[in-house]
Design a protein around this ligand. Structure first.
Ligand code: MN3
Length: 205
């Protein structure tokens, strides 16, 4: 199979109490796995697509034949987004970024607190399922936005509504928080900052 589900980069309990072990187990082992399985199903037999790196597959989604475009957008997006999401978190994480990313956040958003508020708003105002993003736009500037379903900024403006290089993404699908936070997406978003691994996130900037 061209794509595989990698293990979580930490034990499923590692993000307690902010993200509970049961949510992590189901989210990774079932939800993420289904995206990988369905992506493989969609591209199997399409030799050129089987050989393409996931990031390129996602970036070229608008150019794909119509029958494959939908599954790659949903399941390829789901696979990329979740892989990115797991890597952006960690145990004993949280706090604030340092160095160049911190300087850029302060310059663009005013302060780290103002950045967090704007990012939380992006997550809160995404109706239904989707993602909140910090990304670098085409002009090279940091920007905050959200996408529906499993879209992401790599897919381009015509598909995702925003375009650029993702730096940080937060899953605001109910499956990401419902067991612990039920309908309280705002509480989940506030707690989530405690598990953001800024050392890893800075590498995306
Ligand atoms: Mn998810």
């Amino acid at each position: 199979m061209p794509h595989e589900l990698a293990p979580l980069p930490y034990p499923k309990e590692a993000l307690e109490p902010f993200l509970d072990a049961a949510t992590m187990e189901i989210h990774h082992g079932r939800h993420h796995k289904v995206y990988v399985d369905n992506l493989n199903k969609a591209i199997t037999g399409h030799e050129a697509l089987e050989k393409m790196a996931l990031e390129h597959l996602i970036g070229d989604v608008s150019a794909l034949p119509e029958a494959i475009r939908g599954p790659v957008r949903n399941h390829g997006g789901g696979h990329w987004n979740h892989t990115f999401f797991w890597r952006s978190m960690g145990a004993n994480a949280g706090g604030a970024p340092t160095g160049k990313l911190a300087d850029e956040i302060n310059a663009v958003f005013g302060s780290f607190d103002a950045f967090k508020e704007k990012f939380e708003q992006a997550g809160l105002t995404r109706f239904g399922s989707g993602w909140a993003w910090l990304y670098r736009n085409a002009e090279g500037t940091l920007a905050i936005g959200s996408t529906a379903n499993q879209d992401n900024p790599l897919m381009g403006k015509a598909i995702a509504g925003i375009q650029g290089k993702p730096i940080l993404g937060c899953d605001v699908w109910e499956h990401a928080y419902y067991l612990k936070y039920q309908n309280k997406r705002a509480d989940y978003l506030k707690a989530w900052w405690n598990v953001v691994n800024w050392t890893e996130v800075s590498k995306n900037a």
